[in-house]
Write a protein that binds this ligand. Structure first.
Ligand code: DGL
Length: 268
């Protein structure tokens, strides 16, 4: 397959949260064209079965491949945890996923080798983070916690609401009791709770932001494959969603910290 460097990067997520990864990609790779797909009709994925998540993930992969992307970036931790292999098997272009990048970051940041991981129930139940961390360091101890209420709270824009604070304190209690020194934010939505989580976790615990880790790993891979866009013109961004494009646009601009332009409605 002949991949051209000016083809777009295809980023996908179960909904709006993957825009945190897009934001990091835009900052890190300012000349890359990006096509984003958010499955707003079927979000959240994090509380669905492995079979359903796989089925949806492959439909999105097919859609982005039809758009002739040069690389796929699975921004959604839940899809990466459950469906990465299936996506890779289907894709003729390189596939980046968020879990390895974050695990690598966590292992390099920890000094005590006690690492906390928070994510959706599907991500935590898959054990994908613990596996990825143990592949890099067999002695690391991983303490995981599913935080199912975080996604709706973030979708609501309650980044620093007293209710969010209370729920976060409850969720973090067991992992903090294990004296972790780093905490992986293993979900697209959690970087938006970063300052609140930082306050609760305390200064000594490093928060591993999966969006930043993902952008750094994508930049490395593009370099390695010599696929970075050499074109220095302003890049093109296309946002596609499966439902409610106007809502995506309004909330998405908060996630992205800039205007989104046109959002296309796509039925898979
Ligand atoms: N994108 C999902 C993740 O990163 C969170 C939202 C969902 O549950 O679909 O795990």
């Amino acid at each position: 397959m002949n991949i051209k460097s000016n083809q777009a990067i295809g980023v996908f997520d179960s909904g709006i949260g993957g825009l945190t990864v897009v934001r990091s990609l835009m900052e890190r790779l300012p000349f890359e064209n990006i096509i984003y797909f958010g499955d707003t009709a079927r979000v959240p994925y994090g509380i669905k079965s492995v079979e359903t998540i796989n089925h949806y993930a492959l439909q999105i992969t097919e859609f982005l491949l039809r758009k002739e992307v040069k690389m796929l970036v699975v921004a959604c931790n839940t899809m990466a945890a459950v469906a990465y292999q299936a996506i890779k098997d289907l894709s003729p272009v390189p596939v980046m996923e968020v879990i390895e990048a974050s695990a690598r970051n966590a292992v390099s940041e920890t000094t005590t080798k006690s690492i906390g991981v928070i994510g959706t129930p599907a991500t935590i139940n898959s054990n994908a983070y613990a596996r990825a961390i143990h592949l890099l360091d067999r002695d690391a101890k991983v303490y995981s916690q599913a935080c199912p209420l975080f996604v709706p709270l973030v979708e609501e824009g309650w980044f620093d609401h007293p209710a969010t604070r209370l729920i976060a304190q409850e969720y973090l209690k067991p992992v903090l009791a294990e004296h972790i020194d780093s905490l992986v934010l293993g979900c697209t939505h959690y970087p938006l709770l970063k300052s609140l989580l930082k306050e609760i976790a305390g200064k000594k615990i490093k928060l591993i932001d999966s969006a930043e880790a993902m952008a750094a790993a994508t930049a490395d891979l593009l370099n390695q494959l010599n696929l970075g866009n050499a074109d220095r013109r302003p890049p093109k961004y296309l946002f596609c969603v499966s439902d409610l494009p106007y809502r995506f646009q309004t909330i998405g601009e908060r996630f992205l910290g800039r205007t989104l332009g046109q959002v296309e409605l796509v039925r898979l």
